[in-house]
Ligand binder design. Sequence first.
Ligand code: FE2
Length: 429
Amino acid sequence: MDATLLLRGAQLIDREGLVDIAIADDRIVAIAPDLRMVAVTEWDLGGQLVSAPFVESHIHLDSALTAGEPRWNRSGTLFEGIEIWRDRKQQLTMADVKNRAVQALKQQASYGVLYVRSHADVSERSLTALKGLLEVREAVKDWMTLQVVAFPQDGLYGSEKNEALMEEALKLGADVVGGIPHYEMTREDGVRSVEKIFELAQRYDRLIDVHCDEIDDPQSRFLEVMAACSIRSGMKHRVTASHTTAFGSYDDAYALKLMGFLKRSHINFTANPLINITLQGRTDTYPKRRGVTRVKELWQNGLNVSLGHDCIQDPWYSLGTGNLLAVAEMAVHVCQMTGMEEIEACFEMVTAGGAKTLNVTDEYGIEVGKPANLIVLDAQSPYEAILKRATVKAVISRGQVLVETIPPVVRWANQMGQSKEPVTRAERS
Ligand code: FE2
């Protein structure tokens, strides 16, 4: 059998020794040391890490790349961000949403991201954000897998029109039912919204991803409602609780009880440490809370955790590049996951953990017979990838080379008395 692309000397994450990876058209057809095959194109990787692509499990592409429009968020707070977005979204058009979303997706792809779950605000009568992202999903499907969440930013019951808009969004083809129970006007509305989300997901056969308890209030307890609904409905791994920052503020007695229910529920978690370390704890003086959910404890209890950006350059967060190694690096710090196994777990949270959240594990991973979606990193291990924020040298999507990036090179001046040989720089941002 001939290959279209043969990667020689690849280091895989969970395998001792180097292997060759053969790709024919859009599939991985062989993985073994020293493959005897002919290929149209052959690369010698010299022991560099080959990983399944990064998975962005939580982002808002409808607001991406709008930072500074119409003004910058001077306080850096969630509430000023909401005010600015209220003004900016008056200018939303299909072209505006689509152009920015594709630009952001290309930027993400250049960092090795080939799976993205984006929320789309469905609180506007026009459903412009949702319709725009559904068109983008179709436009990029040959090189990027995009899931779209119907997200009622103002609450499912924040206005009488919102429930109908959510159902319309599902009929239009949203992949996932979203929600925001802690932002509903009453505790009762929040509980009712979670129950409605589960009912809609079952009726339309969709996944669930809820912005849940993204607040410092230790009395915000909709995660327990999600766990109960998940256990009763049996939806389990088809359900994701995003943010859950209040879990970081619960007292330990309650958190311990909740953890038992969560283990029974088998739901996924998505944390967004870049933005939540900046947005949460704003009303604290000192000590100041970190505002991130209990990532380490969830991982230790065997629950699936993935990591996302949430925002890239929008009214809530003016930074963010799409590079998930930056997100993993922040998780290592904020969640105090500095042990070697813990650092490796953070790498997994932006790769295989994300794939579990998106429910794409059937097609995800470097295995014979699976689609040839993989990345080559300028590193030899997940630890080195996070340490160096390693350049993703090549991104292969559906068997085709999609993007190549050359790592920066540092040259010392002669007078430093150093070798003139170029040295590959250890970091790119
Ligand atoms: Fe979000």
